[in-house]
Design a protein around this ligand. Structure first.
Ligand SMILES: *Cc1c(COP(=O)(O)O)cnc(C)c1O
Length: 291
């Protein structure tokens, strides 16, 4: 079990009429963290059972999924190849991927769009290579995410998760147990691809709330006030949020609570889907002054 941690925040950050909890999915493992761990679980079983020697996967230069896959490969004994979108670059995330033994292969943004072609060109039809979709976001990954419910106490009234591809939201919808029929599921898209997220989610259920006003304009977009509120959250809880995913969930939950969206005494759960590569990539944008 991982902690479902109650956080107490000062009233100017969060109204005292509701209770806020954080599900520490980020604590599964420092690098194979959060929903990336959930999404990899059944892929790893399959890779081991079928004796694939190398996993080929995909991501941007600040991808939580790449680090998770690289580290999992080192732990479970398979080689990893990361096909990276865009011009060759070097950063702390890619450094860590290499540190875990991943081979990095940069392709143009156009070439990146056809992942099966990238895979075929890289593997040259040799056997033993496993195609792992970007973010681990397929049926297998969604199945892993259904298990998040095992960590969610039945007193929780509202569950919030960040949506990139929507696979985690889909897993929550697919796995919702009868013990939690009253629990409402909320998805916070972190980019403006609302339709593709909802297409994945709606395959399982339409019983969720989708809040589209918290993207701040798009993927990895931020602003001064937003980053300040992430800093304040961390200073009062000891929990780091990243500006790309979990930060936007906090932004949404905080705004909804301030607008009295929740009934008094509601128990609200923010799923910490892990992954701190976003904060590694953006630390220079944060307000640095110490008042
Ligand atoms: C990848 C990622 C997400 C997005 O999850 P999806 O299943 O693609 O919607 C959310 N939070 C964090 C921290 C992530 O790394």
């Amino acid at each position: 079990m991982i902690p479902c941690q109650k956080v107490s925040l000062p009233h100017f950050l969060f109204p005292e009429t509701c209770n806020l909890f954080v599900l520490r999915e980020d604590l599964h493992h420092i690098f194979v963290s959060g929903n990336k761990w959930r999404k990899l679980k059944y892929h790893i079983q399959h890779i081991q059972n079928e004796h694939f020697h190398t996993v080929v996967t995909f991501g941007g230069a600040f991808s939580n999924h790449l680090i998770a896959t690289a580290c999992a490969g080192a732990m479970y004994g398979f080689k990893t190849v990361g096909i990276i979108r865009g011009e060759p670059v070097e950063n702390m995330v890619l450094f860590l991927c290499r540190q875990f033994g991943m081979t990095l292969h940069f392709v143009s943004r156009t070439a990146y769009k056809d992942k099966f072609l990238c895979f075929e060109q890289y593997t040259q039809q040799q056997t033993g290579y496993y195609f792992l979709p970007e973010g681990g976001a397929d049926e297998t990954g969604i199945q892993g995410c259904t298990e998040i419910w095992q960590e969610i106490p039945s007193y929780i009234d509202h569950v919030f998760c960040a949506c990139g591809t929507g696979a985690t939201l889909a897993g929550l919808l697919k796995g919702k147990p009868y013990t939690h029929t009253h629990t409402r599921i909320h998805g916070i898209p972190v980019l403006n691809a609302f339709e593709s997220i909802q297409d994945i989610a709606n395959q399982y259920s339409s019983e969720y709330h989708f809040h589209t006003t918290y993207t701040l304009g798009g993927y990895a977009k931020t602003n001064f006030d937003y980053l300040t509120s992430l800093t304040l959250f961390s200073q009062h809880t000891g929990i780091l949020l990243d500006p790309v995913y979990t930060g936007k969930v906090w932004y949404a939950v905080q705004d909804l609570a301030k607008k009295q969206y929740f009934a008094p005494n509601s128990n609200i759960l923010l799923i910490h889907t892990g992954g701190l590569t976003g904060i590694i990539g953006m630390w220079e944008r944060y307000p640095q002054k110490n008042e």
